[in-house]
Ligand binder design. Structure first.
Ligand SMILES: O=c1ccn([C@@H]2O[C@H](COP(=O)(O)O)[C@@H](O)[C@H]2O)c(=O)[nH]1
Length: 235
């Protein structure tokens, strides 16, 4: 049984452990899963993941591995040893790297985490891609990488909710779409460029919406999470 059917993955991007724990003390594992990213994992390591799991939360370890196939495969297996629910790599690491990551999870059988790949970061727009010498639009480049990810047998991709409806049609209904860049109406976009509201993301068919600062930097993070959940039920 999954710990929750909630589509919300809260990006637990806190600099100090107490603020993170104060927040999770006020929420329930039925309300969301938790995403541990580069900031908190670098600060607090695997023990943070264990703490969250002991409190009943499923954890998405968002370290976006991007390295040679051998190193990436071992890193993904180490994440699986931690018992995380989801782990990710960068699709731009290529097919050999993604295949090595997938194969590294085979020994874990039904206990393996979901393995997904980042397409084009939601903070990037057309100009950012041009600076890298990529002349496709973010949506076109994300589609190209999503198709490659599917062909490598991964479970899904990180993309923008703006791309979700099209990807569900052309890549497959069962291919999981995990979408950061979610901004409730009126909240600050910050460094995100390809954004949607939670309700728009739901209508677009996303499977999991990643929400960080709109929750964690609100005056009352637990209440904000509850309001977003309520707005999704009413949508
Ligand atoms: O394309 C991507 C991939 C990952 N992220 C991560 O999601 C959260 C978003 O946080 P917000 O505060 O809601 O912007 C953050 O941890 C990123 O590292 C992403 O934004 N885009």
């Amino acid at each position: 049984m999954p710990a929750t059917t909630s589509p919300i993955l809260v990006a637990l991007d806190y600099h100090d452990l107490n603020s993170a724990l104060q927040f999770i003390d006020r929420i329930d594992p039925s309300q969301c899963r938790l995403k541990v990213g580069k900031e908190m994992f670098t600060l607090f390591g695997p023990s943070l993941v264990k703490t969250l799991q002991q409190r009943g939360f499923e954890v998405f370890l968002d370290l976006k591995f991007h390295d040679i196939p051998n190193t990436t495969a071992h890193a993904v297996a180490a994440a699986a040893d931690l018992g995380v629910w989801m782990v990710n790599v960068h699709a731009s690491g290529g097919a050999r790297m993604m295949n090595a990551a997938r194969e590294a999870l085979l020994p874990f059988g039904k206990d393996a985490p979901m393995l997904i790949a980042v397409t084009v970061l939601t903070s990037m727009d057309e100009d950012d891609l041009k600076g890298l010498g990529i002349t496709l639009s973010p949506a076109q480049q994300a589609e190209r990488l999503a198709r490659l990810t599917r062909d490598c047998g991964l479970h899904g991709v990180v993309c923008s909710a703006q791309e979700a409806a099209h990807f569900k049609q052309v890549i497959g209904q069962d291919f999981a779409l995990v979408t950061p860049g979610i901004r409730p109406a009126g909240s600050d976009a910050g460094d995100q460029r390809r954004i949607m509201t939670p309700q728009q993301a739901k209508f677009a068919g996303v499977d999991y919406m990643v929400i960080g600062r709109p929750i964690t930097q609100s005056a009352d993070p637990a209440a904000t999470l509850q309001q977003i959940l309520q707005s999704l039920q009413e949508a």
